[in-house]
Design a protein around this ligand. Structure first.
Ligand code: NAD
Length: 351
C-alpha cells in the first residue's frame, strides 16, 4: 500500500494523472489536495470520485498546518505536485498570486514532507511537475532544451516555476529529500480550462467568434497529448532516479499560426462545414509582453533510459481533442460560468 498525495488533481493535467493512478493502482490510496480555484473542477473526476482508493481534500498548499496534518494523518509516502497558477497572461496581471502558490506553496509541501518523513526517506518520493518555460526562449530553429540548459525564465509564471524547481533541488541537496523534477512541453487534451489556446479556439471556431492570435502567430511550441504526460509522470515516479531532472516532450513543434489553421480545418470538418470556412476568424492582436519565441524540448534522456515515447501522433490527438470539446459543450459552459464550482462548493459546505 502506498499513500500518494497528488496536488492540483482537479486541474487539467492533475485530473488525468489522478484518473490514471486510481485505475492502475487499486492498492494505492490516491489523495487529491486541491484548492479548487477557477482552474480546478471536480467535474473533471466524476468517473472516479466514488472509488475506494480515492480521497479528495479541499485545501490550499500554502496552508502549512493543513498540509502537515494531511501528511501525518494520511501517512503520505509519495507526493506528485502539480498544483499551480498556470496561465502566463494571468501572471502578467497578478504576479503575486503566482509567487504565493507556485513558490510558497511548493515550499510548504517540501517542508511538510521533510519534517513528516524526518530523515526516514526509505520508500518516499517528492515528484515535482514543472515546465519547459523555465528554460526561456530559443532564438534559432535547431537548438533544443536539454536537462542541462540554463534556466532563463521571462514571464512571472515561468520565474515562479523556476524558483519552485530551485527549492525542490535545494531540499534534495540540503536535506537529502528524495526528489524528481520533470519539465514538460505544452499539453493538450480533454478537461483543459478554456482560457488556453486549444480549447479556447475550438470553442470560438464553433461559435464563429474571433481567434485572437498574438503578434504574427510566429511563436513555436512543442505539444504533447496530456495522457502521454500523465503516463510519463507515472513511469518516472516509479522508476526515475532520485535527484534527477527529466524533460518530457513530443518532438512536435508547431508555429502557432499553423496549429490554428490545422485546428480550423479539423473543427470545420467535424462540424460538417467546408474546411477553411472559419479562416476569416483569425484576428491578429498586439503581442504578449515578453513573449518567448520558441520552446522545443529534447526528451532523449527519457526515451533512452525507459524507452518512453508519445503514444499518439499530433494530428490524431488533435482530432480526438476537438471531438471531445465539441461533444462536451455542457462541460465548457459550466466551467466558464462557474456552475460546477458552485455545485461542489455547496456539496462541501453541506457536509
Ligand atoms: N498545461 C501545460 O501545458 C503544462 C505544461 C508543463 C507543465 N505544466 C505544469 O503542470 C501543472 C499542472 O498544470 P495544469 O495545466 O493542469 O494547471 P491547471 O491550471 O489546469 O490546474 C491547476 C490546479 O491547481 C489547483 N490549485 C491552484 N492553486 C492551488 C493552491 N494554492 N492549493 C491547492 N491547489 C491549487 C487548481 O485548483 C487546479 O485544480 C502545473 O504545475 C504546471 O506548471 C503544465
Amino acid at each position: 500500500m502506498r499513500n500518494i498525495l497528488i496536488t492540483g488533481g482537479a486541474g487539467f493535467i492533475g485530473s488525468h494523472l489522478v484518473r490514471l493512478m486510481v485505475n492502475k493502482y487499486p492498492g494505492y490510496k490516491i489523495i487529491n489536495l486541491d484548492k479548487l480555484t477557477y482552474a480546478g473542477n471536480l467535474a473533471n473526476l466524476k468517473d472516479i470520485e466514488k472509488r475506494e482508493n480515492y480521497t479528495f481534500i479541499k485545501g490550499d498548499i500554502c496552508d502549512f498546518d493543513h498540509v502537515k496534518s494531511i501528511f501525518e494523518t494520511m501517512k503520505i509516502d509519495g507526493v506528485i505536485h502539480l498544483a499551480a497558477e498556470s496561465h502566463v497572461d494571468r501572471s502578467i496581471k497578478d504576479p503575486f498570486s503566482f509567487a504565493m502558490t507556485n513558490v510558497v506553496g511548493t515550499l510548504s509541501l517540501l517542508q511538510a514532507a521533510r519534517t513528516s518523513w524526518d530523515g526516514n526517506y526509505e520508500g518516499k518520493m517528492f515528484y515535482h511537475v514543472s515546465t519547459d518555460e523555465v528554460y526561456g526562449s530559443l532564438s534559432d530553429n535547431t537548438t533544443l532544451f536539454t536537462e542541462s540548459t540554463r534556466y532563463e525564465p521571462h514571464s512571472p509564471y515561468s520565474a515562479s516555476k523556476a524558483s519552485s524547481d530551485h527549492f525542490v533541488r535545494a531540499f534534495h541537496d540540503t536535506y537529502g529529500l528524495p526528489v524528481i523534477i520533470s519539465n514538460c512541453s505544452n499539453n493538450y487534451g480533454s478537461f483543459q480550462f478554456p482560457e488556453k489556446l486549444i480549447p479556447l479556439f475550438i470553442n470560438n471556431i464553433r461559435h464563429n467568434k474571433p481567434l485572437p492570435v498574438y503578434g504574427k502567430g510566429e511563436n513555436i511550441r512543442d505539444w504533447l497529448f496530456v495522457e502521454d504526460h500523465a503516463a510519463a509522470i507515472d513511469l518516472l515516479f516509479h522508476k526515475g532516479k532520485v535527484g534527477e531532472t527529466y524533460n518530457i516532450g513530443g518532438f512536435n513543434e508547431w508555429k502557432n499560426i499553423d496549429l490554428i489553421k490545422l485546428m480550423i480545418r479539423i473543427v470545420d470538418r467535424q462540424l460538417g462545414r467546408k474546411e477553411g470556412t472559419s479562416d476569416y476568424l483569425i484576428t491578429y492582436v498586439t503581442d504578449r509582453a515578453g513573449h518567448d519565441l520558441r520552446y522545443a524540448i529534447d526528451s532523449t534522456k527519457l526515451h533512452k533510459e525507459f524507452g518512453w515515447e508519445p503514444s499518439l501522433q499530433f494530428e490524431e490527438g488533435l482530432e480526438k481533442t476537438v471531438q471531445w470539446y465539441l461533444n462536451n459543450q455542457e462541460w465548457l459552459d459550466n466551467v466558464t460560468s462557474g456552475d460546477y464550482q458552485k455545485y461542489y462548493e455547496d456539496m462541501y459546505n453541506r457536509q
